[in-house]
Design a binder for this molecule. Structure first.
Ligand SMILES: C[S@@+](CC[C@H](N)C(=O)[O-])C[C@H]1O[C@@H](n2cnc3c(N)ncnc32)[C@H](O)[C@@H]1O
Length: 194
């Protein structure tokens, strides 16, 4: 049910979403992100792909990419920009892909933080990723509440904010994974699947 609220909210703003990336702050963050994402191994699954930021960053080709999102509006915008990519309507907690079908799994900015059951989302990621595949997942930090740039400030979106201890709990069973703060509002988890 909460997923419907999120999908509808993103459907409504999908036509304007990319304008947000024109701001100086976002361009600086995206430049940093592009450098961190160099070397992704295909095929790459982008969870909560939105309008296709990962392809916009130019770190991976369209034909090596699969984007999954709950918002058909966001996917429609993405497909206009990158028609050769594969766009799938679906939920991070029930990824509509076969077992061991992707080499890298990425989730940028808020997508993972909307998940109501992050442990289930993580177990789905582990199901679809190949052995020794690359994981790059962003989660919102509490400090993100103060960021002026967030599109849905003041709305009732079911966003969860993660303390470092929450992520350590989530990452139990993945002792080699690392967490680093990204700028002033997010965490990044990186690692390889077992
Ligand atoms: C802040 S946007 C980020 C979009 C893109 N990753 C980016 O960085 O521009 C969050 C996206 O996550 C999607 N999303 C939220 N909950 C989701 C879920 N449970 N499964 C799949 N996508 C979800 C939303 O529809 C939205 O497109």
């Amino acid at each position: 049910m909460k997923q419907n609220i999120v999908a509808e909210a993103y459907d409504q703003i999908s036509g304007q979403y990319d304008r947000w990336y024109d701001t100086e702050d976002c361009q600086r963050e995206n430049g940093m992100l592009a450098r961190l994402l160099e070397g992704l191994e295909p095929p790459v699954l982008d969870l909560g792909c939105g309008t296709g930021l990962l392809l916009d960053l130019g770190v991976i080709g369209s034909r090596q990419y699969i984007g999954v999102d709950v918002s058909s509006g966001m996917l429609a915008q993405a497909a206009v920009k990158h028609p050769a990519a594969r766009w799938i309507l679906g939920d991070i907690e029930a990824i509509p892909l076969p077992d061991r079908s992707v080499r890298s799994v990425v989730s940028l900015f808020g997508a993972m933080s909307y998940s109501q059951d992050p442990a289930r989302a993580l177990s789905e990621i582990m199901r679809v990723i190949q052995r020794s595949g690359m994981v790059f997942l962003m989660f919102r930090r509490p400090a993100h509440r103060q960021k002026a740039s967030y599109i849905f400030h003041g709305s009732a979106m079911p966003m969860r904010y993660y303390e470092l201890s929450d992520l350590f709990t989530l990452m139990e069973g993945h002792p080699t994974w690392e967490v680093t703060p990204f700028e002033d509002g997010d965490w990044i988890i990186t690692g390889r699947s077992e």
